[in-house]
Design a protein. Structure first.
Ligand SMILES: Cc1ncc(C[n+]2csc(CCOP(=O)(O)OP(=O)(O)O)c2C)c(N)n1
Ligand SMILES: [Mg+2]
Lengths: 325, 275
């Protein structure tokens, strides 16, 4: 029942709720921002937006396809719509996104809520760990996955201020306000080096997994390894230059994503390395592309899919030993 | 089974589904309480389906499109012997097959659902197969009223009429609420019966908590030869628990200890009336 109340801004660390506040703030600045809801606002965090801007919330019923094409129409006439539903339901509206939004370069900013493993106990219908496979291959669409609340706020602002379609992946759970540093500025198409203590292992994170990557980096360091951690919130466009720089300096790479290990971050990294002719072993952290996600507490699922910081250490060591390091 | 025996069963079903939701600390409470009387009638009076014939091609099919109300389905299936009720102790736990939405890993469940807007189309496919095979089993599906905003339903309504699927019965759990509020505040559905009629279905209304009335309607399908049948079942979300009734906040609310005790006491008081 907590879901229907408005958590205090300075008391909640859940990204969904901070998203609701951030979007409400932006709508105070930009007259033409509207949010579009398909009956999940009390879960997605849009109920906070509704609280501040009841007139700027468009309710379309439980109709995700409708929601996306309606948003395209709203954008055509000058609104900046932020349609939001569970990320899993983008499987339903992929064609609307592809045709109505991306093909026509409409100024729609889709918010995919509850991405990856963090949906609770709902089971495979509600979990979204395969969708980047298509989202990252839709022309004109920018795809961003912030890892902390400060970054999420900057990403929303960038989306509002940059003309064209965006897809923003938002987690449900608590995250730190700033994982990167007080001076950090998100830039579309850019990754950021978070720590750099040597050249044995390169960790590459996106979204929520920055947290796990930071913990793993500390554990690897205490085992005597030099570690560099790059965070890539911008998946499309992707910062191939930062990747090439890392690949030229470290011995092995491990990618970390709140998504399956095919079609998402790992695929971007592998494609980019192959294209540049950069040969370097890459280990992966993420879910199994052949599996429908099980039900269970997030901690059970993270253990099941071997996505904890200890798993990162293990994969890094295995990748190094395979490479003879 | 007499009507009163069914009514007593409904109270026990309510007690059990609340018990397992409480235990799992998760579940779709309001919608399960809304549809459990309908499931009671279907499984105890209408459907030719049992653990013994579940694999047989001639069995009747029930497909729950509003998959989120799976707790109601679980307790009814357990009561019908599809699995031991104790299995529900594992509801929503890691590695349990008793997930928060229906899956075919659970004995008795026909189809995986939970993303809304799939069940009617699937049911049309099954009913169409029966027609093609000359089989005489019947197909039943349960839809949420909020769910009707999904356009896929209206595509399926057209197809069912096109193929004259009078072996198909859809029931709408018309509780006027969805997840975040009233259906009519988010996507106006009325005049609903007229819409179904205009799509070529034969439509009747009934009180979805009145087991006798639901039995009468379900026993008289198809309402018209050559047409699919639709029952708009008037229901109350959260039915049976005073403080849950007609409050959308109980859609997926889990009672705290005190609320849980009160809910069980209210149900016990209802049971006492039958003694
Ligand atoms: C495609 C899809 N969109 C959204 C949801 C989230 N959701 C689950 S139940 C629900 C409300 C359903 O309302 P209704 O169909 O009226 O069911 P009931 O009132 O009987 O619970 C919503 C929005 C979903 N499961 N699937
Ligand atoms: Mg309803």
């Amino acid at each position: 029942m907590a879901q229907f109340s408005i958590p205090k801004r300075d008391e909640t660390k859940e990204m969904r709720y901070q998203m609701g506040y951030a979007l409400a703030d932006l709508a105070g600045e930009y007259e033409n921002i509207v949010a579009v809801d398909a009956d999940l606002r009390s879960s997605s965090g849009l109920h906070i937006f509704e609280h501040y801007h009841p007139d700027k919330l468009v309710k379309v019923g439980i109709a995700e396809q409708n929601m996306i094409s309606i948003s395209a129409g709203l954008s055509q006439e000058g609104f900046i719509p932020f349609p939001c539903t569970f990320d899993a339901f983008c499987r339903r509206f992929m064609d609307q996104l592809y045709i109505s939004v991306a093909y026509s370069k409409c100024n729609v900013k889709v918010l995919g809520a509850y991405v990856g493993l963090f949906t609770g106990k709902a089971g495979a219908t509600h979990q979204s760990d395969k969708e980047l496979g298509l989202l990252l291959r839709i022309p004109n669409l920018r795809v961003v996955e912030p890892g902390c609340n400060e970054e999420m706020r900057q990403v929303l602002r960038t989306a509002a201020e940059t003309v064209g379609p965006f897809y923003i992946r938002i987690v449900r759970c608590q995250v730190e306000d700033n994982e990167i540093g007080p001076d950090y500025r998100f830039k579309l198409g850019k990754g950021v080096t978070v720590t750099d203590s040597g050249s044995d292992v390169g960790l590459i994170s996106t979204g929520y997994m920055i947290k796990t990557a930071k913990i793993a980096a500390e554990k690897l360091k205490s085992k005597g390894f030099g570690v560099r951690l790059d965070h890539h919130p911008s998946l499309k466009p992707f910062d191939a230059d930062l990747l090439a720089d890392m690949a030229s300096k470290v011995s092995v790479i491990v990618t970390l994503e709140n998504h399956c290990v095919s079609g998402g971050l790992f695929s971007l990294v592998a494609e980019s390395l192959a294209r540049e002719g950069l040969q370097i072993p890459v280990g992966t952290i993420g879910t199994d592309p052949e599996d429908f996600i099980h039900t269970g507490h997030v901690n059970d699922l993270l253990a099941h899919y071997q996505m904890t910081s200890d798993d990162v250490v293990k994969v890094a060591e295995q990748t190094m030993s395979k490479a003879g390091i | 089974m007499t009507d009163d025996e069914l009514r007593i069963k409904s109270i026990h079903y309510r007690k059990r589904l609340l018990k397992y939701i409480k235990k799992a600390n998760a579940g779709h409470t309001g919608g399960s309480l809304s549809c459990v009387d309908i499931l009671n009638v279907l499984y105890n009076r209408i459907l030719n389906v049992s653990p013994g014939n579940f694999g047989e091609p001639y069995r009747d099919r029930y497909i729950q499109s509003k998959g989120h109300s799976v707790e109601a389905l679980y307790v009814v299936l357990a009561d019908r012997g599809f699995f031991a009720e104790s299995e529900l102790e594992t509801l929503c736990r890691h590695r349990s097959h008793y997930v928060g939405h229906p899956t075919r890993k659970v004995n008795g469940i026909e189809q995986n659902t939970g993303a809304l807007g799939h069940g009617l189309a699937f049911s049309v496919g099954v009913a169409l197969s029966a027609k093609k095979d000359g089989a005489d089993y019947k197909v039943y599906t349960l839809l949420g009223d909020g769910e009707l905003a999904e356009g896929s339903n209206w595509e399926s309504l057209l197809t069912a009429t096109h193929y004259g699927l009078d072996n198909l019965t859809a029931i709408v759990d018309r509780n006027n609420l969805q997840l975040t509020g009233r259906t009519e505040d988010m996507c106006n559905l009325e005049p609903l019966a007229e819409k179904f009629t205009a799509f070529g279905w034969s439509v009747r209304g009934a009180d979805g908590h009145d087991v006798a009335a639901m039995t009468d309607e379900l026993r008289s399908v198809p309402f018209d030869l050559g047409k699919p049948s639709m029952i708009v079942a008037k229901t109350i979300k959260g039915k049976g628990i005073s403080f849950m009734e007609n409050d959308h906040k109980w859609h997926h609310g889990v009672p705290d200890d005190e609320q849980y005790e009160q809910a069980q006491q209210e149900l016990d008081a209802l049971l006492a009336e039958y003694e």
